[in-house]
Ligand binder design. Structure first.
Ligand code: NDP
Length: 232
């Protein structure tokens, strides 16, 4: 299977690329600045050769996304899975009185419109026998467990869950598994040093979800990286 991963230069995205390659899949690793993200990814390229394609992909740049999708399609490349992983966490712990709407706009542009742009342009490449779209969400997007603060991030992830659910409805007859996945509180730049979950562990769980294709038990397609239902 070939898998497109956004934000693949560090954190969970990098671990997902590594885990997918270890399992024998082909990876298109989308990174904002390929020149700066070379160090880690060039080690993977040295080990996995042509199985890894590093591509410039900023999820806010619709023209760039469309051009990359068209280029890969022109090379007869196909996909089995898209993992929308890239995201930002801005205005952490800021309350509504202090909220800067530029943070709202930037966060929605990356965390919500980013996955929507990627799916819009890469859907025609999803032609392999077993298909998945994984939108990396967060428990911060759960309405049931809402907390005050992190407005841009939480709201962007709640809306991303809606996008996942709508895609699920739209694509189920084509056999596409669509999941919004909470990857756990992970030890990454975003999650911080005290986070209990290793992103390698999350990447393994997410790759299992893609390979095993077990339908979640709940009505909503929002699960954690072990496949357990999350509260919407
Ligand atoms: P990091 O902050 O460590 O990495 C974020 C990644 O997103 C980087 O590769 C970054 O690239 C990329 N990115 C940001 N903006 C853009 C953009 N405009 N275009 C393309 N790529 C972009 O985050 P994590 O690895 O921790 O998080 C991965 C996913 O998991 C996210 O969706 C996050 O919301 C989710 N999550 C994380 C949790 C945690 O505890 N860490 C908890 C719950 C969910 P660059 O290097 O160029 O900045």
């Amino acid at each position: 299977m070939n898998i497109l991963i956004t934000g693949a230069g560090r954190g969970l995205g990098y671990e997902l690329a590594t885990e997918a390659l270890k399992r024998g899949h082909g990876v298109i690793a989308g990174v904002r600045r390929p020149d700066q993200d070379q160090t880690a990814l060039s080690q993977l390229a040295a080990t996995y050769g042509e199985k890894l394609t590093v591509a410039q992909l900023d999820v806010t740049d619709e023209e760039g996304i469309a051009a990359l999708a068209a280029k890969l399609q022109g090379q007869d490349r196909t996909l089995g899975a898209i993992i929308n992983n890239a995201a930002v966490l801005t205005a952490r712990d800021t309350q509504i009185e202090e909220l800067d709407f530029q943070d709202m706009l930037t966060t929605m542009d990356i965390n919500l419109y980013g996955p929507m742009r990627v799916v819009k342009h890469f859907l025609p490449l999803l032609t392999e026998p077993e298909l998945s779209i994984i939108n990396i969400s967060s428990e911060a997007g759960s309405i049931t467990n809402a907390y005050s603060g992190d407005y841009p991030y939480s709201i962007s992830k709640t809306a991303l869950n809606m996008f996942s659910q709508q895609l699920h409805v739209y694509l189920k007859e084509r056999g596409v598994q669509v999941l919004g996945v909470h990857p756990g509180w992970m030890h990454t730049d975003m999650g911080g040093a005290e986070a209990p979950t290793n992103p390698t562990q999350s990447a393994e769980g997410i790759m299992d979800l893609i390979e095993k294709r077990t339908t979640p038990e709940g009505q909503f397609m929002f699960v954690d990286y072990t496949g357990k239902d999350m509260k919407i």
